[in-house]
Design a protein around this ligand. Sequence first.
Ligand SMILES: NC(=O)c1ccc[n+]([C@@H]2O[C@H](COP(=O)([O-])OP(=O)(O)OC[C@H]3O[C@@H](n4cnc5c(N)ncnc54)[C@H](OP(=O)(O)O)[C@@H]3O)[C@@H](O)[C@H]2O)c1
Length: 243
Amino acid sequence: MGERKQRGWSLQGMTALVTGGTKGIGRAVVEDLMGFGATVHTCARNGTELNQRLQEWRDLGYHVTGSVCDVFVQAAREKLMEEVASLFHGKLNILVSTVGTALHKPTVDFTAEEYSHVMDTNFESTFHLTQLAHPLLKASGQGSIVLLSSVASIVAIANGTLYAASKGALNQFTRNLACEWAKDNIRTNCVAPWIIKTEMPAVKRITASAIQRKITLPKLLLKIGEKKRTGVQSDDVAEHLGL
Ligand SMILES: NC(=O)c1ccc[n+]([C@@H]2O[C@H](COP(=O)([O-])OP(=O)(O)OC[C@H]3O[C@@H](n4cnc5c(N)ncnc54)[C@H](OP(=O)(O)O)[C@@H]3O)[C@@H](O)[C@H]2O)c1
């Protein structure tokens, strides 16, 4: 954030919705946006954690609100966007959709329910949230959407086929939406991080197992090892949102 602040970068007067803002990358994004002056609304499923986080941020003087919402559920997404429309008077400048889930197992072992859970959480919920947000982003006159993809959408990762496909769908969705909604002054981007040290259960398992087995993962993980940490930090991702 430091370098961008020095360059006079500001989001003063801007409104933002960040899904999954209580932990990991979403939390870093909320804090980055607030640090630049944006008014932020976030959501998560765990109400106790959400209230704790909101209190911590308000104690620091930030303008932030939140809703308990499971973005996997269609009606919950609709309710979330109604709350955002009411809070921000029908206008939204920034939508950052960070919620995602990973299930690593051989492709032939996936059940239909597991398939739906991964695809609906990672792709369908994002697709629907952007649809719901469109009138608000357009009304702001200066909209920006950022989606959370993954390096797994570009390179093959063992037993991560379905996760990779869901993130690959997001990549192409981003390209199309960027063209389709440019006329409405809405920019669309996605970020595709490699392993980031967060609470995501799949990430915890991957990093723990890699460290235990002294697996040589590609360059980045080697670099991380040199830094004596098990993952790049969420703040590093927040810095590359392309807002
Ligand atoms: N960490 C990595 O290495 C990595 C690498 C590449 C891409 N990514 C992507 O980055 C995104 C964020 O991952 P992360 O590692 O930061 O995850 P995380 O640390 O597990 O945090 C997830 C956040 O989203 C919320 N959340 C999860 N499911 C939700 C749902 N259905 N509805 C509403 N909120 C929900 C969680 O709160 P509750 O549990 O209370 O709902 C939490 O605030 C994902 O899309 C992931 O695929 C992560």
